[in-house]
Design a protein around this ligand. Structure first.
Ligand code: PEP
Ligand code: MG
Length: 302
């Protein structure tokens, strides 16, 4: 079976009804890059940088981050690498962050909110990313976006850091595509406006389902209330893809649904451009796509 899948690695990823899909890998630790390439990933769709922060137990320096990002970009040899700025808070708490006590951490100071409050920390990461951009095909995405202001403020910080580095003569990619995670209900409802500010969307189905259904993804007591094909989730995804397409930007999915064969036809049908998942799921999902006519499977679609 594995051998049969291996043969698919170099095949074009196009469905029977002619829909092309890019299959990318998710990285939660720097050691994943090589494995993802072997798994058939065309690029990295989600590099969760918070693990760099959690492993170090302290804020990683600009140099440490730069080296780490550069290494991945070089290893991927010109393939796209989407690095997500750090998504700390909620379940991913740093010791120095632990002093902040929150009743509802999932609704608290996490992701972009924490970064915009800790600007020194954020700008350190931004500078590391800008410097690394000279060594490969870098895209950057922002987690937990729930307002336009968060995007604009982040873009202003990127601009400020770029200007400073330019003055120092540091080489950088001329353009670094910037995207947002769509993982809050607010982001779904303002998708049309967000699309005007960014180059791509990446739907984070793990958090998006949690927040849409108000079901804590870590609380086993409420798992029985969780239905992955809840119409609210399906409509939200459809809305986001449509708004992204209308604006002419690329739309991907990087939550667990990307690796779930029950959703493959749905994503193809909607016109999702990219699915990013764990390595071992890539070839099985590719196999599913190659034999899928998304129009015909529509009646079986959620
Ligand atoms: C998501 O929320 O779907 C996602 C991909 O991000 P994370 O799992 O890191 O919160
Ligand atoms: Mg998330």
């Amino acid at each position: 079976e594995r051998q049969e899948l291996e043969k698919l690695r170099d095949e074009d990823c196009v469905s029977l009804d002619g829909k092309r899909m890019k299959l990318y890998g998710n990285m939660s630790s720097p050691i994943d890059a090589k494995k993802l390439l072997e798994s058939g990933a065309e690029g990295i769709g989600l590099y969760r940088t918070e693990f760099l922060f959690l492993e170090e137990g302290k804020l990683p320096s600009e140099e440490t981050q730069f080296q780490s990002y550069r290494e991945i970009l070089e290893e991927m040899k010109g393939r796209e690498v989407i690095i997500r700025t750090c998504d700390l808070g909620a379940d991913k708490v740093l010791s120095y962050h632990a002093g902040i006590k929150e009743e509802n951490p999932a609704l608290g100071l996490r992701g972009i909110r924490f970064c915009l409050m800790e600007k020194e920390m954020f700008c350190t990461q931004i500078r590391a990313l800008l410097r690394a951009s000279a060594f490969g095909k870098l895209s950057v995405m922002l987690p937990m976006i729930s307002s336009l202001e968060e995007v604009r403020e982040s873009k202003a910080l990127f601009h400020k850091c770029r200007t400073e580095l330019e003055k120092q003569g540091i080489p950088m990619a001329e353009r670094i595509p910037l995207g947002v995670m769509i993982e809050t209900p607010a982001a779904v409802f303002i998708a049309e406006d967000l699309a005007k500010e960014v180059d791509f969307f990446s739907i984070g189905t793990n958090d998006l389902s949690q927040y849409l259904l108000a079901i804590d993804r870590q609380n086993a007591m409420v798992h029985s209330f969780y239905h992955k094909k809840h119409p609210a989730i399906l409509r939200a995804i459809k809305e986001v893809v449509e708004k992204g397409k209308q604006a002419g930007i690329s739309v991907g999915v990087c939550g667990e649904f990307a690796a779930d064969p029950d959703f493959t036809a749905f994503f193809l049908y909607l016109g999702v451009d990219k699915l990013s998942m764990n390595g071992p799921s890539i070839l099985p999902i590719k196999k599913k796509i190659l034999s899928c006519d998304s129009r015909k499977e529509l009646d079986r679609i959620p």
